[in-house]
Design a protein. Structure first.
Ligand code: NAD
Length: 428
């Protein structure tokens, strides 16, 4: 397994559990050390993962290494490195992918199966991966080794469950690769594996995430309309979904993570003649939500008689997803930047996410809320669902709540004497 991140760690543990001998290769010494001492390098709640990993390491079936030579005699090499985009041009950034291919290539065994689990822009298997591997290995794909694309579908918080129970798309370019790919994935996937070609697999993966982004953007746009019209978008959603074949998603403070904000760009990038419009527009709608949150903070503070400039705002949640530590592309950053640009003092709390340059995370919820003029909820961590209004009232300087994740019941909060503003809700 090359790359011990959200994809590589559960995959390594799940494959080891099939009595395979697994070595995880990474360039990050901390991750390698964590795995070798039986600890998962991932934080956040991942049911079953820490125990499975520990057991597999203890049984000697799983270890990690910084040295790609340790993967030299592997029958299967699974590439699970990050594939981000360049933030301004939205072009794919394949530094990690190229690096991984260049290091494993020279050590590829005759007849090995290489499976690319990372998400790729359509055309990348043929234009980037195959030539890079053939160059580095001096061998020919389809003859000396076999190359498939089986894009990973898991979600943080459910890594192990997703890995073993979700259908998989297996893109292959020749029958032996397909046969080897099926044999490998059938070891641990308890669901259907759908064979197809490389490019279709690339389009399916990026399209399924672009689909999700567009659906979220729809929910967010209805939320913004609902705020203006003074209705509750969460109630609207429930009622919309009583109509057959309607499955409106929940709106919120923004979209984050490694995948959803970038995969739509991977999909539209190669479509030069089509000039896609819907998918980029959905991105823009979702990117606007953290700015809307900052605006709600300003409006709520104004309703309580205070300016945003100089106000202390407790931003609750830095991870993009509830009950995880994953803060990649988190909307919290955009919101905090906007608040700071406008002179507010933003204090960030998160039970799991780690501090980054410019974003110090406070672990103590009481300390984060103490003296705050406004509490703004960006992530629906369980800890925030359990927050009592009485304790907030005691700790805060002003009673102002901005709710980006429908954590509170508006009328109840207002009854307790707070100013309450929320994504998708009219004023109470
Ligand atoms: N995170 C998810 O939930 C998820 C879900 C589905 C698909 N994906 C896709 O899977 C891929 C991996 O995502 P992730 O979230 O696991 O990323 P990650 O950043 O958590 O992990 C990637 C790992 O690869 C390592 N790495 C980078 N270059 C390397 C190299 N040259 N050699 C060895 N190791 C190297 C990094 O140090 C890191 O530990 C991406 O393409 C992503 O889009 C992710």
């Amino acid at each position: 397994m090359v790359g011990l991140g959200y994809v590589g760690v559960p995959l390594a543990a799940a494959v080891a559990a099939t009595r395979a001998s697994v070595v995880g290769i990474d360039i990050d010494p901390e991750k390698v050390e964590a795995v070798n001492t039986g600890r998962s390098p991932l934080r956040g709640r991942e049911p079953g993962l820490a125990d499975l990993l520990k057991a597999q390491v203890a049984k000697g079936r799983l270890r990690a290494s910084l040295d790609p030579l340790d993967a030299a005699d592997a029958d299967v090499v699974a590439v699970c490195v990050e594939t981000p985009i360049e933030p301004t041009t939205h072009d794919p950034e394949y530094k990690a992918l190229r690096g991984a291919l260049a290091t494993i290539g020279p050590h590829l065994k005759e007849g090995a199966l290489v499976t690319i689990e990372s998400t790729l822009a359509p055309g990348t298997m043929a234009k980037v991966v195959r030539p890079a591997l053939e160059r580095a290995s001096r061998r020919k794909a389809g003859r000396d080794f076999h190359l498939v694309h089986c894009p990973e579908r898991l979600t943080a918080g459910r890594l192990l469950l997703n890995l073993t129970t979700l259908h998989r798309i297996l893109g292959a370019s020749e029958p032996v690769g397909l046969r080897k790919g099926l044999a490998f994935y059938r070891r641990f996937v308890k669901a259907e594996i759908h064979p197809t070609d490389w490019t279709t697999a690339e389009v399916v993966k990026t399209a399924e995430n672009a689909y999700w982004d567009v659906q979220i953007a729809f929910a967010n746009e209805v939320a913004l309309i609902s705020e203006e019209l003074g209705v509750n978008a969460y109630e609207v959603r429930e009622l919309v979904n009583t109509c057959p074949f309607r499955m409106m998603l929940v709106p919120g403070a923004g979209v984050g993570g490694h995948c959803i904000p970038k995969d739509p760009w991977l999909l539209v990038g190669p479509a030069v003649q089509t000039k896609p419009e819907l998918i980029p527009t959905a991105r823009a709608v979702n990117d606007f939500m953290p700015l809307r949150m900052a605006r709600l903070v300003e409006e709520a503070l104004a309703a309580s008689g205070r300016k945003l400039k100089g106000a202390r705002v407790a931003v609750l949640g830095f991870a993009y997803r509830e009950n995880t530590e994953d803060a990649r592309n988190t909307p919290a950053k955009e919101m905090v930047q906007e608040l700071r640009r406008r002179g507010a003092d933003a204090v960030i709390h998160d039970p799991f996410a780690r501090s980054e340059r410019g974003y110090t995370i406070v672990r103590d919820l009481g300390a984060a809320v103490k003296g705050a003029d406004c509490v703004a909820i960006v992530t629906a961590h369980d800890a925030y669902r359990k927050l009592s209004l009485a304790s907030l009232r005691r700790g805060m300087r002003r009673r102002v709540i901005v709710d980006g994740r429908n954590v509170f019941d508006g009328p109840e909060v207002v009854k307790a004497g707070f100013v309450y503003r929320a994504i998708g809700k009219g004023q109470f």
